[in-house]
Design a protein around this ligand. Structure first.
Ligand SMILES: O=P(O)(O)OC[C@H]1O[C@H](OP(=O)(O)OP(=O)(O)O)[C@H](O)[C@@H]1O
Ligand SMILES: O=c1cc[nH]c(=O)[nH]1
Length: 175
């Protein structure tokens, strides 16, 4: 069966713009806000949201990217490498964090990200923004900001492409 495109470039841009407005509304114009993108594609989406925040409110919101592989519950090695650049320091104490990822599925990646962040500091609050929520949660985790809810079968996969990494913007259901 052919892959089904569920978001094209325009609808993906609109979804990110809507998420940006919602983040602004809930964060009083972006005070004490930090966007934390989950690698791989969450990093690019976090930067796009930050660009829109700057256009809309003339605020520069810090963006960090974290690699949570070592914090996953199926990867029980040393939990000490977040993939930050050597000169990057995450000062998240008392800040409002918005985690950004492309897909929310079982919730295990989000859980790993929460674990990683909480070991660094004690933020005031952590919220979650995802481009696609495809359901099938295995943990009590939900997103605060959702680009699109896409009900899927367990054996399907959502494939997100971002132009910075994949050369194009699209979201497809892969059968
Ligand atoms: O809710 P979950 O079941 O954890 O699934 C969601 C995660 O899966 C994908 O990452 P993937 O592991 O494919 O890595 P990638 O982002 O580097 O491609 C996606 O980017 C999310 O981070
Ligand atoms: O369908 C899925 C599930 C997890 N991660 C993805 O990128 N797609």
């Amino acid at each position: 069966m052919a892959n089904k495109v569920v978001l094209d470039q325009d609808s993906m841009q609109r979804a990110l713009t809507r998420i940006t407005y919602e983040i602004l509304e809930r964060n009083k114009g972006g005070q004490n806000l930090i966007l934390v993108g989950i690698k791989t594609r969450g990093e690019y989406l976090a930067h796009r949201i930050a660009d829109r925040l700057e256009q809309l409110e003339q605020v520069q919101i810090p963006v960090m990217a974290i690699d949570v592989t070592n914090y996953r519950d199926d990867h029980l090695d040393a939990k000490d490498d977040l993939g930050l650049e050597p000169d990057e320091k995450l000062n998240i104490a008392n800040q409002n964090i918005v985690l950004v990822d492309d897909v929310l599925f079982t919730g295990r990646t989000t859980r790993a990200a929460l674990d990683a962040l909480i070991q660094i500091g004690r933020p005031q609050a952590i919220a979650l923004a995802v481009l696609v929520d495809r359901g099938h949660r295995e943990l009590p985790i939900r997103a605060d900001f959702v680009g699109k809810n896409i009900p899927t079968a367990q054996n399907e996969k959502i494939k997100v492409k971002v132009k910075e990494f994949d050369g194009e913007d699209s979201v497809e259901i892969v059968h």
